[in-house]
Ligand binder design. Structure first.
Ligand code: NAD
Length: 334
């Protein structure tokens, strides 16, 4: 039995707790939870031991694995402490924000031999996993152009409003946009050129970012993220990719293939797990979260090589998101 200590029982902690409950028959259980807000820890405990802080859990709880769903600026200290205490670690994205944290994470992972995965969940959403296979197989030829979008209304749930303090979260250009930045790196590799523009609020904080990545002399991928949409605006995550022989589109959760010669169709993309978690926030489908934690648990059990979302890759994705921020003029511009 893999014994998990869940640190941070806010929005993402709730998603992870629901996924571990669904995965129990694989041999995994949340046996300890920690949150500085006791009522949040209590809500997710379901019989697990409760700790007042993440560090206390790492020090005292009888767990072999720690799952970190803390605000981003607290990831590194907790991940490093957990690895040094001999635990395996799952840590939410973005793995970290500051450059000095990147080396420390990599060094500690190497020194301790801990098994670590980062919550780059988009890599494990069924439609995105399908697109990765289509790109790798070359069945529609090479990618000619692509566009990836992620739009949301303002996230309001965060503890002490940490999400809207860009030095803690990286703001929308890292926190939300890193999903697509990481995914585009995953399927296309590191871009040769990066251009970006930002729309900022009155305090100079980025609320929307539009970027283009250049590959070679004529392939362009456009990426867009914004979290300042009106209250009723539906959460939107979609893409359109033109290949030499077909264009593929994800829109409204449905994938359509448009072959050059006509005859469009919806490919069968089987979801391994369907489930929702009505805990508020801008994502409710458990599918990708279930997939990523199942992959992590099976990795710990030696059933896969845990190569989908390693720390090293997650760090490169944060670096690329920061390249965009730099290209757009900086994190905060008054
Ligand atoms: N993969 C995704 O789709 C996705 C979506 C949302 C958030 N996230 C990521 O998940 C992480 C958490 O975000 P969230 O939205 O759940 O934030 P949140 O504010 O809802 O939850 C964070 C929780 O941590 C608790 N906390 C703070 N300091 C603590 C400490 N020292 N010890 C124990 N608990 C402490 C807070 O009380 C809060 O309950 C972030 O890195 C965020 O970027 C990922």
């Amino acid at each position: 039995m893999i014994k998990v200590g869940l640190i941070g029982c806010g929005f993402m902690g709730g998603m992870h707790a629901a996924c571990y409950a669904a995965l129990e028959e694989l041999g995994v259980k949340v046996v300890a939870v920690a949150d500085v807000r006791p009522e949040f820890a209590q809500k997710l405990a379901n019989g697990a031991e409760i700790y007042a802080t993440g560090m206390e859990l790492i020090e005292k709880a009888d767990v072999d694995t720690v799952d970190i769903c803390l605000p981003t600026h607290l990831h590194t200290a907790h991940a490093v402490a957990a690895m040094k205490a001999g635990k395996n670690v799952f840590v939410e994205k973005p793995v970290c924000f500051n450059d000095d944290e990147m080396d420390l994470l990599l060094k500690t992972e190497k020194e301790t031999g801990a098994k670590v995965q980062v919550g780059q969940v988009v890599r494990l959403f069924n439609e995105y996993a399908w697109l990765k296979k289509v790109v790798d197989s070359g069945e529609y030829g090479k990618v000619v152009h692509g566009e990836f979008r992620r739009l949301s209304n303002l996230p309001t749930w965060a503890w002490e409003n940490w999400l809207h303090q860009p030095e803690k979260s990286g703001g929308v250009a890292v926190d939300m946009h890193v999903h697509d930045v990481d995914y585009v790196r995953y399927i296309m590799g590191e871009p040769d050129t990066v251009k970006a523009h930002a729309y900022r609020d009155a305090d100079g904080v980025i609320q929307q970012i539009n970027a283009t990545y250049g590959y070679g002399k004529d392939v362009c991928i456009a990426l867009e993220a914004g979290w300042n949409y009106p209250a009723d605006f539906p959460f939107t995550a979609d893409w359109r990719v033109m290949f030499e022989k077909a264009t593929v589109v994800l829109s409204g959760g449905v994938v359509t293939v448009y072959p050059v010669e006509g005859g469009s169709f919806n490919p069968e993309i089987a979801a391994e797990f369907e489930g929702t978690n009505d805990i508020g926030g801008n994502v409710s489908s458990l599918g990708g979260y279930y997939n990523e934690l199942k992959y992590f648990v099976e990795g710990l059990q030696g059933k896969n090589d845990m190569s989908i979302a390693p720390i090293s890759d997650a760090i490169e994705s944060v670096k690329l998101a920061k390249r965009e921020i730099e290209a757009a003029g900086g994190l905060i511009v008054k």
